[in-house]
Design a protein around this ligand. Structure first.
Ligand SMILES: [Zn+2]
Ligand SMILES: [Zn+2]
Length: 264
């Protein structure tokens, strides 16, 4: 399957050259691949979290260069954009400036709390974990309904440091499934969770099965921040997808979704 979640040195926390990521994708025999680096953040100035505004055109230019250099291997131009309610106009403007193949939406902030950054994880101890999950997934639904994003990435990233809800959240997850299906948004099976303290793919099997029940399509991503991580644990992503009852996934070009059968 194509790896659609590849970062680049533009975001300030990934290593290697973009050519090396493409070379790794080719070496693995992927049918295509896609970059999805962090769109500039508009609510904070932090060049270790996302590319700065001036770098966005350079990122686009670099992806186009790689497309031209690999005529036999589609390199998709995706982007990962944060959902921050106060800055949707800025995000829409940035997304509208270029012809992206797909836009990944992510929720990395609850209010001003960057909950997936290890320097802020202490905050989990001060909060009610069930409430954190509820707030987080409500932001995911709001993000899906903006119409700005094609795919919600790392759907349950709130579990990153191993904090689990203590109550059954099935009702909430079904609500998420309806919201995503109703907004025409796909989700990503993201293997980076296996490299985090939680040691589990995003999303977990129960949540994924609920998504399948609502007909929410899937993509695949490693969330690579190093060339060697491209395609990492895709065998596990595939068996998770099959286990949840999926028989196909989607690819993107020019923000159009194309279904493909899962490989055998
Ligand atoms: Zn990143
Ligand atoms: Zn992310």
């Amino acid at each position: 399957m194509p790896d659609y979640h590849i970062h680049t040195p533009f975001c300030g926390h990934a290593g290697g050259e973009m050519e090396q990521y493409v070379a790794r994708g080719r070496e693995l025999g992927m049918p295509e691949m896609g970059f999805a680096d962090h769109l500039p953040l508009f609510h904070i100035e932090d060049t270790t979290l996302a590319m700065c505004q001036a770098d966005l055109p350079l990122y686009v230019e670099k992806v186009r260069e790689l497309q031209a250099a690999n005529p036999d291997f589609p390199v998709r131009m995706g982007i990962e954009a944060d959902y921050v309610r106060e800055h949707l106009d800025d995000v829409a403007r940035a997304l509208g400036s270029y012809r992206f193949d797909y836009v990944y939406g992510s929720v990395h902030f609850i209010g001003g709390w960057g909950f997936d950054q290890s320097r802020f994880k202490f905050e989990f101890e001060r909060r009610d974990i069930n409430e954190v999950y509820e707030i987080y997934f409500n932001l995911v639904m709001k993000a899906a309904r903006t119409g700005l994003f094609d795919v919600m990435t790392h759907l349950d990233v709130v579990k990153k440091y191993g904090h689990r809800p203590t109550v059954d959240l099935s009702d909430l997850y079904h609500e998420v499934g309806r919201a995503l299906a109703g907004s025409g948004v796909a989700i990503e099976l993201n293997s980076s969770g296996l490299r985090r303290p939680v040691e589990e793919i995003y999303p977990g099997p129960n949540l994924l099965e609920i998504m399948r029940g609502h007909g929410v399509p899937i993509t695949f991503g490693s969330d690579s921040h190093k060339p060697a991580q491209v395609g990492r644990d895709f065998d596990k992503l595939l068996s998770l997808a099959r286990g949840a009852g999926y028989t196909d996934y989607v690819r993107f070009a020019g923000r159009e979704r194309v279904p493909w059968p899962l490989p055998p």
